[in-house]
Design a protein around this ligand. Structure first.
Ligand code: PLP
Length: 455
């Protein structure tokens, strides 16, 4: 029989609803707290930053949430995304495991991020918002939101972590092409940025700092809202389109995954591919292992603490219940910029605490080794973030071999790396270093936190 390399769905099979895991979680997430009063926040507290429809989605307990037709129309540019069988990688690894990957790099900006950027821009548009401010690390989220804002005629202002701004000029130009303004962060345009620069004029920036700047702009400007590319419940929900499509594709292939793997920054692509499968664990007794792959240099899931913490560095956001390294944690300047975030989303954190999902940490050299293997075997060059998932797949394949079993593994190839060639250059030139934090370094920031520890 002829082998099937990629499993395509027809356009009309793009799902009509997102999956909201909040309806099925054994233990609900704890509420976000107001940092002043330490009381749970209400919708009105978030209204300066987000349109009401997204605030509703944030707290919704409905299992299924309709995808607006206007959003589905834009999704058609790159969705449904293909599910590939990784015959090349299987052969290279000499495994009898079956490896599948869902490829999200075909989107306009090259990653899974437009899956949420488009609905976020849409709901802002519907509520009359004229401008959206945001942060970006590697540039993936900034480009996705620039594309989405351009589509709906909204102005977009992006605070880009300075180290990435300097390392990735083409990402900035892509955002400019879609009409966005890009500002290296920390900047002197905001109180938050000025405060950081005063303490450290040479600051490389961090996602947490850039969030502080973008939030400040939204909170203090007319008709301006803020958008976040990960972490929040509504963002994770928008990404479930990935796993819902994959579910249909596995049905077509007559197969089903034993293990689902995805790289982890704040949790959105991991949630996107894994939550629709976790649903089977909750509702029909399946035992699919869902594994988040994080960088060893920013190991909030494997080494962080479950407690309330801020989403940003300066401490402007509500307190969220999360696995965190402390909001002032400064990750080493590794090349997977999208994974350099101190915390994790509330839903994913609760699931990890309840041991319903797993996490593993990887050093960047092992990741780039895996990424180059993948490019040779499958052709597609993975984003540095995505290589964490591939390294994880390779370890699970070894484990299956040791145990003498064959597993069906699905992973999310959440983006391509064609804008990240300077990272690959550093790898080829032997310039990549692994970062081994001591526990003192890791916990220095947590020690200073005086936020509540739940339970
Ligand atoms: C943003 C990004 C990530 C990390 O964010 P998550 O919300 O955890 O998905 C991972 N990979 C790529 C390609 C990204 O753009």
């Amino acid at each position: 029989m002829e082998k099937v390399k990629k499993i395509y769905l027809a356009e009309k099979e793009i799902p009509h609803q997102w999956y909201n895991i909040q309806a099925d979680m054994p233990n609900p997430t704890l509420p976000p707290l107001h940092p002043g009063t330490m009381q749970p926040i209400g919708p009105q507290d978030l209204a300066p930053l987000f349109p009401m429809e997204l605030i509703k989605q944030e707290v919704s307990q409905d299992r299924w949430v309709d995808i607006p037709d206007e959003v589905r129309e834009v999704y058609k540019i790159w969705r449904p995304s293909p599910l590939y069988r990784a015959y090349g990688l299987e052969k290279l690894l000499g495994t009898n495991c079956k490896i599948y990957y869902k490829y999200e790099g075909n989107s306009p900006s090259g990653s899974h991020k437009p899956n949420t950027a488009v609905p976020q821009a849409y709901y802002n548009k519907m509520e009359g918002v004229k401008k959206i401010s945001t942060e970006t690390g590697a540039g993936q989220w900034g480009s996705a939101l620039s594309f989405a804002c351009q589509h709906f005629g909204i102005e977009c202002e992006v605070y880009m972590v300075k180290i990435s701004y300097n390392q990735k000029p083409y990402r900035k130009l892509l955002m400019n092409t879609w009409g966005a303004t890009v500002i290296p962060s920390p900047s002197d345009k905001t109180n938050a940025g000025r405060k950081i620069l005063e303490m450290n004029p040479n600051s490389n920036g961090s996602l947490g700092i850039a969030i502080s700047e973008a939030v400040e702009v939204a909170a203090t400007s007319e008709n301006t809202k803020y958008a976040l590319g990960s972490v929040l419940n509504h963002v994770l929900m928008h990404q479930t389109i990935i796993g819902l499509e994959a579910e249909k594709q596995f049905e077509m292939a007559g197969d089903f995954p034993d293990i689902v793997i995805a790289p982890f920054g704040g949790g959105s692509n991991f949630a996107g591919i894994s939550f629709p499968f976790l649903r089977h664990n909750f509702t029909s007794g399946k035992k699919i292992r869902c594994i988040a792959s994080e960088p060893a240099s920013c190991p909030k899931l494997t080494k962080g603490q479950f407690r309330y913490d801020f989403g940003d560095t300066v401490g402007m956001t509500p307190l969220l219940p999360m696995f965190t390294l402390g909001h002032t944690f400064m990750p080493a300047p590794i090349h997977a910029g999208g994974l350099r975030y101190h915390g994790a989303g509330a839903i994913v954190s609760q699931l990890l605490k309840d041991k319903l999902i797993e996490a593993q940490a990887y050093q960047q050299k092992e990741c780039f080794d895996a990424g180059v293997k993948f490019a040779k075997a499958e052709g597609i060059l993975p984003a540095p973030e995505a290589t964490h998932g591939i390294a994880n797949v390779i370890r699970e394949v070894s484990r299956a071999k040791e145990e003498g079993v064959s597993k069906t593994i699905l992973f999310n190839l959440c983006g391509h790396g064609y804008f990240d060639m300077s990272a690959y250059q550093d790898y080829f030139d032997g310039k990549l270093v692994d970062h081994h934090f001591t526990d003192e370094e890791l916990y220095a920031n947590l020690k200073e936190l005086n936020t509540p520890i739940p339970g």
